[in-house]
Write a protein that binds this ligand. Structure first.
Ligand SMILES: [Ca+2]
Length: 390
């Protein structure tokens, strides 16, 4: 969690904004985009130490040579309410598309067991039931400590002023004109008082948003909800298998055709990011779950609406360290996060993109697309859904 600011400190606003955005939105996102636009070579996976690689290899679960794929397992029992059975099987995880981001490559074969998964993202109504039953207080509703902030800051970072350590979260705020797309401090605003109860800050509430996905939930919050519900967060492999809906090696969860403005498949950003949203897909911000057609497994919003937390640590280059022809079985991610572009933070993986995705800026609503976020950071376009093993 990185928070706060004090206007009386001339140096702090700039630094604070940088730290918040690095922590909450992903330094890799900015640097990768920035470097790609400038045609600057990105650091390669060789930057990882051999010890780091060994740790990943140890943690990665069982592997096997290519063999005849096992038959998908049928549901062992009726699906719990609000869930469906995803049969598992072998699939191509990631992509080799030239338009993909470095962390999506290369495509590689993965085999997973079947599992139950929530049909929709966890809604505000569902999260409210959890909070009422447990009195749970989310990360965004608690004041951060100086230790939390400094532990994720580069060495030598001056501490923030004590009066700035208040509960809050980052809220997307559109600009009123075109702005440089390599500076996301233009549209992310640190907002004291913003939380899942007040998604756009003080003065906003959940009235009429009961069926919208909950947002401003940290990975820690999502794990607490899942535990209460008797479920767990999906691995990245489970999430991607589910998102593909049985359409192997397709660009989108609905097939190959790009997003349509006349028959929208997902809640994305239509118009010009971040200053003009035409809402041609019906929504400027989050949409109620089930507003768009489901994918092949009957799952809604596996593209767009809100990013969804996964259980894996985020490792930008984990796919690049797999052996040729290797089939990984039930991968659960590395034992620690790794991102050479963001060395001072730990990150958990997010999938699916959000209502802010726009091809001018970020096309991460594709099933292979990945993203990382610090586990104690919520933000106004990140939520989650849960899974359950058989
Ligand atoms: Ca939209």
């Amino acid at each position: 969690m990185i928070k706060s600011s004090g206007t009386e400190n001339r140096w702090w606003p700039q630094l604070q904004l940088t730290l918040i955005l690095l922590a909450a939105f992903g330094f890799s996102f900015f640097v990768t985009r920035f470097n790609r636009d400038r045609k600057v070579a990105l650091p390669s996976s060789t930057e990882h130490s051999s010890a780091s690689i060994e740790k990943v290899q140890e943690k990665r679960s069982e592997k096997s040579s290519p063999t005849k794929p096992q038959e998908p397992k049928s549901a062992p029992r009726p699906a719990p309410e609000g869930m469906v059975w995803v049969p598992g099987g072998e699939f191509w995880m990631g992509t080799d598309s030239k338009d993909a981001w470095p962390d999506e490559k290369p495509a590689h074969q993965v085999r997973i067991d079947g599992f139950f998964i929530d049909v929709t993202e966890v809604t505000n109504a569902e999260f409210r039931r959890f909070v009422e039953a447990t009195k749970f207080v989310t990360t965004a509703e608690r004041a951060p400590t100086l230790e939390e902030i400094m532990s994720q800051s580069p060495p030598g970072t001056p501490p923030p002023p004590p009066e700035s350590l208040v509960p809050g979260s980052l809220v997307f705020t559109p600009t009123d004109r075109p702005v440089p797309l390599n500076d996301f401090s233009q549209w992310w605003v640190w907002t004291p008082g913003a939380s899942w109860r007040h998604p756009e800050g003080p003065g906003s509430d959940l009235k009429g948003k009961e069926q919208h996905p909950v947002v401003h939930v940290s990975w820690d919050d999502a794990v607490a909800y899942a535990k209460w519900a008797g479920k767990r967060l999906p691995t990245e492999a489970e999430w991607e298998f589910a998102a593909r809906g049985g359409l192997d090696r397709k660009d989108f969860s609905w097939g190959e055709e790009p997003p349509s403005l006349t028959k929208p498949q997902a809640n994305l950003w239509t118009g010009n990011f971040p200053y003009r949203n035409t809402a041609q897909d019906g929504f400027v911000r989050t949409a109620p779950v089930k507003s768009y057609p489901p994918n092949g497994y009957g799952l809604y919003d596996m593209a767009g609406n809100v990013w969804e937390w996964c259980s894996d640590w985020y490792d930008r280059d984990i796919y690049k360290r797999l052996g040729p022809g290797e089939v990984t079985v039930n991968p659960s991610g590395p034992s620690a996060s790794s991102d050479p572009l963001r060395p001072y933070t730990t990150q958990r993986s997010q999938r699916g993109g959000s209502f802010l995705c726009n091809d001018d800026y970020c096309s991460r609503y594709r099933p292979s697309a990945r993203h990382g976020g610090t586990p104690d950071t919520g933000i106004s376009h990140v939520g989650f859904r849960c899974v359950l093993s058989d």
